[in-house]
Design a binder for this molecule. Structure first.
Ligand SMILES: [Zn+2]
Ligand SMILES: [Zn+2]
Length: 340
């Protein structure tokens, strides 16, 4: 009985409908017009879209259990520890740094815009280093392991990634004066949009979303981010406002004549939980052990993935440069280009 009850609570919590059930029980529907009420109506949107996406895939006989199995296992594995650590990390950073805030902000629309731009900057920093520092890539690569795109990918993260991301993002935002209530509101919007941009082609074929593609970061941009095609590697680090990708030169539009290949560039068994979850840490450890001298060992930890002490680097930057040079020398159709 306890098992059934726990499972029921888990399902309710995953669907984000606990507050709505509470409102139905009390019959006080005016609560839905309050700010918290509106948030409680938005929370179930992503799980609902995920169910629609799966339903459509089953209906059109395109459903493949492998596309959803691994993100589901990872979600279950992360369920408690990651969330707990993340909340603790956010609370710790706020408590530690709030008194050093550079500018005091209030809950007004213009400070909200300021807060959002700062948040995107902090997200860019965390995400950029998640790709460019090998140790942080070990935390982030689990999210890039799936070889197809659908809403379940939003749940595929290594359990230590959220605390790492939240320490960086919260610290920058609090130091730049974004006040905690505004930070939580931005985190909520960012979390909802950040999940939605993983929507699969089964549900929304063209992820550009019309004119929105020119103004904000769309599912199309994030599909590019998850691609291992050389041209697409290490691009589109932002989440909703892609202003910082444009500032730092990492912005990349989806090309209509290029098939996206999802996943990471090393050989991986995407259906093996251990490979998806710990594979990058295992290979980092192997490289550290075989590297000569303490300096090389440390460099493996902090240099970008693909860096080698032998000088035979296979970083995203080098792979992309080689691809562009080859393309310039003899333009080839860009379909089915494979990485590394
Ligand atoms: Zn990434
Ligand atoms: Zn993603």
């Amino acid at each position: 009985m306890v098992v059934v009850q726990t499972l029921w609570h888990e399902i309710i919590s995953f669907l984000g409908i606990s507050q709505i059930i509470e409102v139905c029980k009390t019959g006080d529907y005016r609560v839905l017009l309050t700010f918290n009420g509106i948030l409680s109506l938005i929370s179930p949107l992503i799980p609902l879209l995920l169910l629609i996406e799966i339903g459509r895939a089953i209906f059109y006989k395109k459903f493949k259990i492998e596309d959803y199995k691994m993100p589901f296992f990872i979600f279950v594995a992360n369920r408690f520890i990651s969330r707990f650590l993340s909340i603790a990390a956010v609370a710790f950073c706020i408590g530690l740094l709030e008194k050093y805030a550079l500018i005091p902000t209030t809950m007004t629309w213009y400070w909200f815009i300021y807060g959002y731009v700062i948040w995107e900057f902090s997200h860019f920093i965390y995400h950029y280093f998640g790709h460019k520092i090998r140790l942080f890539w070990c935390l982030h690569s689990t999210h890039h392991a799936p070889e197809s795109m659908n809403l379940s990918v939003t749940y595929a993260h290594f359990f230590l990634e959220a605390p790492y991301a939240d320490v960086i993002r919260t610290s920058i935002c609090i130091l730049m004066g974004v006040n905690p209530p505004m930070l939580f509101l931005i985190m909520f919007i960012d979390g909802t949009w950040g999940s939605f941009i993983h929507v699969g082609e089964n549900l929304i074929k063209d992820g550009r979303l019309g004119f929105l593609n020119k103004i904000i970061l769309t599912p199309s941009h994030h599909r590019v981010h998850h691609a291992k095609n050389p041209l697409y590697m290490d691009t589109n680090f932002c989440n909703l406002l892609n202003v910082w990708d444009k500032v730092f030169g990492t912005f990349q539009n989806e090309k209509r004549d290029m098939n996206i290949e999802y996943g990471i560039s090393r050989e991986i068994n995407p259906n093996n939980f251990w490979d998806v979850y710990f594979g990058e840490l295992y290979y980092l450890w192997k490289d550290i052990v075989k590297a000569p001298g303490i300096k090389n060992k440390l460099l493996y930890i902090i240099m970008p993935p693909g860096w080698s002490h032998t000088g035979d680097h296979k970083t995203a930057k080098i792979v992309k440069k080689a691809f562009l040079e080859q393309e310039k020398a003899q333009p080839v159709p860009m379909t089915n280009v494979s990485a590394l």
